[in-house]
Design a protein around this ligand. Structure first.
Ligand SMILES: *Cc1c(COP(=O)(O)O)cnc(C)c1O
Length: 368
């Protein structure tokens, strides 16, 4: 047996998800959020498949420059803004839009001698309370930017802290921001995946679409939302079944003996663990698929090994591929729920660890 773990990225499903979001967005633009190497999916692959997207929202200047140099001509937004003067100068030359979210960046912009104008989004602090200007300070900042040569003011930007919790009302989380944008006569970008799905009023000028684009349920506890129907899984993880061993009644299994058989069982050993990026908190009960049948993990996940219950999967054989997630019958959301983490945190942990198989059935009108 050669390969033990396989991670594949389905670019057709990714494109399908983007089109679905575009359909929901109406007149709003949909920007592909590509931070952390596109949530572990590989920014270059994602950008290639979504070459005709309205825009890309990134954190690293290097990623932004790589896309520009690769021939991507659409909006590219640096979500954290420039971290020093050279980045600001590069942004203006390469037509990379920037977020301004603190006084240091504002001063940098004020004193810059830019060869070409730079497009600016002003970040307003929300109840996430990390970045952005206090709403009370924003009108003064906006006035100054409107008068400043070399600045093309695009609008106001905010990020939701709790759009992903359906138990928390959405409207109160952003009504002050919305009023501010209306008072100042500015366009805005507010929505992430969860807000996009919940309320079209959040769509504004541009939606910054991350987790749902990658086929994940953005809602806390994987709560159901009608608008999620139709989004397809993009990353799929499978691993080989290497051994089948009997376990007698009462016998412990694995490190820490966190599982004990209550009857005689057949146990499968799968060559994948937390060292491969699979969440180590996904313990007994987490579902897996083998031979089209659903079964469960037993005990704790080790570094490169996990155990599954084959007691009722009589036709399983060593060498079989076991689907860990990324199938219509087993979405990553379920695994994430068992592990008590977000699906994208699993994808980020897996990203870059494996040689990925890129599935690309369709063709699309890509320029680069
Ligand atoms: C990551 C991020 C997003 C995307 O959020 P999702 O919930 O993954 O859709 C949008 N805006 C900002 C500022 C972000 O950092």
């Amino acid at each position: 047996m050669s390969r033990m773990v396989e991670v594949s990225i389905d670019l057709d499903n990714l494109r399908h998800n983007y089109r679905l979001a575009k359909h929901m967005a109406g007149n709003a633009e949909v920007w592909v959020v590509g931070k952390s190497d596109a949530y572990g999916h590989g920014l270059q692959h994602v950008a290639h498949a979504l070459c005709d997207a309205d825009g890309f929202a990134l954190l690293d200047m290097d990623d932004a420059l790589a896309l520009r140099q690769g021939g991507f001509d659409q909006t590219i937004l640096l979500m954290a803004g420039p971290s020093h003067e050279r980045e600001l100068a590069e942004a203006s030359v390469k037509r990379i839009s920037i977020v301004i979210r603190n006084r240091e960046q504002l001063d940098m912009l004020r004193h810059a001698r830019l060869k070409q104008p730079v497009s600016v989004w002003v970040k307003v602090r929300s109840n996430i309370n990390r970045f952005g200007f206090d709403p009370a300070a924003v009108p003064g900042i906006v006035d100054a930017l409107r008068d400043q040569a070399g600045v093309r003011l695009q609008g106001l930007l905010m990020h939701f802290a709790q759009a992903d919790d359906l138990a928390v009302e959405l409207d109160t989380q952003w009504h002050a921001f919305r009023n501010l944008a209306a008072e100042l006569g500015l366009r805005f970008s507010a929505a992430n995946s969860a807000a996009m799905l919940r309320d079209t009023k959040t769509h504004g000028q541009a939606i910054r679409l991350g987790t749902a684009l990658y086929g994940n349920n953005p809602f806390v506890g994987a709560a159901a939302h009608d608008n999620l129907a139709g989004f397809r899984p993009v990353m799929k993880m499978t691993a080989r079944l290497t051994d089948i061993v009997p376990l007698s009644a009462g016998a412990p299994l694995g490190y820490g003996a966190t599982f004990r058989a209550d009857k005689a069982m057949r146990v499968g050993i799968v060559a994948c663990g937390y060292g491969d990026g699979y969440p180590n908190k996904a313990t007994t009960g987490t579902p897996v698929l083998i031979r089209g049948q659903r079964t469960r993990i037993l005990g704790d996940v080790a570094m490169n090994v996990m155990f599954i219950d084959l007691t009722t999967v009589s036709d399983a054989q060593t060498g079989d591929w076991v689907i860990l997630f990324g199938d219509d019958k087993l979405r990553i959301d379920e695994v994430a729920h068992y592990a008590g983490q977000r699906p994208e945190s699993i994808q980020c942990a897996i990203g870059g660890k494996h040689r990925t198989r890129i599935l690309e059935r369709g063709t699309w009108p890509c320029h680069p």
